[in-house]
Design a protein around this ligand. Sequence first.
Ligand code: ATP
Ligand code: MG
Length: 466
Amino acid sequence: MRLSRYFLPVLKETPADAQIVSHRLMLRAGMIRQQAAGIYSWLPLGYRVLRRIEQIVHEEQQRAGHIPLLMPTLQSAELWQKSGRYDAYGPEMLRITDRHGREMLYGPTNEEMITEIVGNYVTSYKALPLTLYHIQWKFRDEVRPRFGVMRGREFLMKDGYNFDLTREDALHAYNRHLVSYLRTYERMGLQAIPMRADSGPIGGDYTHEFLVLADTGESEVFYDSAITDLKFGDRQIDYDDHAQCQAVLEEFTSRYARTDETHDAAVFAEVPEERRRSARGIEVGQIFYFGTEYSEKLGAYVQAEDGGRVPLHMGSHGIGVSRLLGAIIEASHDENGIIWPEGVTPFQVGIVNLRQGDTETDAACDALYAGITALGLEPLYDDRDERAGGKFATMDLIGLPWRITVGPRGLKSGKVELTCRRTGESEELSPEAALARVKQIYAPHHVHLGHDLVEPMATRSFHTWM
Ligand code: ATP
Ligand code: MG
């Protein structure tokens, strides 16, 4: 993309009403625009990152064997009356009446609807196990929408639902989700720690929230610092293997890590003092096993092997897709702007032309642009007729992890400069060597080009990547 043809409305001033750094940076970098309290337009740069995050979620869900579908944003009140949540949800639910006087609502979540779907079509145990998910906009009329996309009213969520014959199978689905979430967040350059959360009236240990540590987080958390040494890395998991998933879950949940709702000072005191931490965290996901409650209320029963009719065991699992942009920026920025992890960056490489209009410099930039594109990556080329300082400031603000600077002086000795946004370190290299480095840097990351991001998942590229 050439910056001169792009739509990147960066702000010079720091927006006064944005309280936390990620909100300020998203506004300054021209990623979002507020349209009403807690409701945003996603401007091109923000939209790109949103789609990259979605793409990672799709790939990791499907790697775990989960099946995508798409349910509507509007739902009928009737479904929710059956589950008893229509009244229980209270003022957070946005209620709408259509022209025929039918009560509708903008979905805050989809347990009722998916249970109704599965209940209608699945009749035999042979169709199980089954996990369906979608990535869809939700609306919750939050009392205090704030912090930009972190606590919006309209927000994008991946919500998935498992349907199993037995409690044991449903617990495997729970474990499988925990494992696949670990991998999902790591691909986004995030450390999200599974913490024991409040399971509400259902009881038991079967809910974990995933938290990204950040001072601006809304949750208070307590943990054993040893947990931050754990990395999922590139381990290969067979998601059908119960024992393997169970082992990973145990590895990642055996250390003390709890939200304030489940915090137990006496148990925490057993953690060696030098490893005891209390901190703030941002909830970027939650997994849940809740048994047969919804199946019974909404009629999701199957015929078991012995011929009996049994309600399905269910769980639900959410990832805060739009909130993740804020969480990633909170975890990765400096005083000059955002620092995108390679996995989610809107463009992989920035090209800065120090003398726009100079034949040789322009030609070298064009050649790099073509070279980066040929690698299957997307460059953002600052080809504006602007001073170097302004170009660098924009690149730093929007946070592309790698920048190639091209100027007449360097070109005299056949060199361009490759700069790492995170460390600020630069290397003088030939354009060919710079391309080779870029290729090497992005080799572990699977990058989907913008134009195929419109598809939920391009099977072809997914397979080449696996
Ligand atoms: P919170 O406690 O932050 O209100 P929640 O526990 O009610 O969230 P879930 O129902 O678990 O939310 O939804 C799954 C995920 O969706 C959350 O982990 C979070 O990342 C995201 N999410 C929830 N509410 C919002 C919101 N208002 N704005 C943006 N993301 C949200
Ligand atoms: Mg939650």
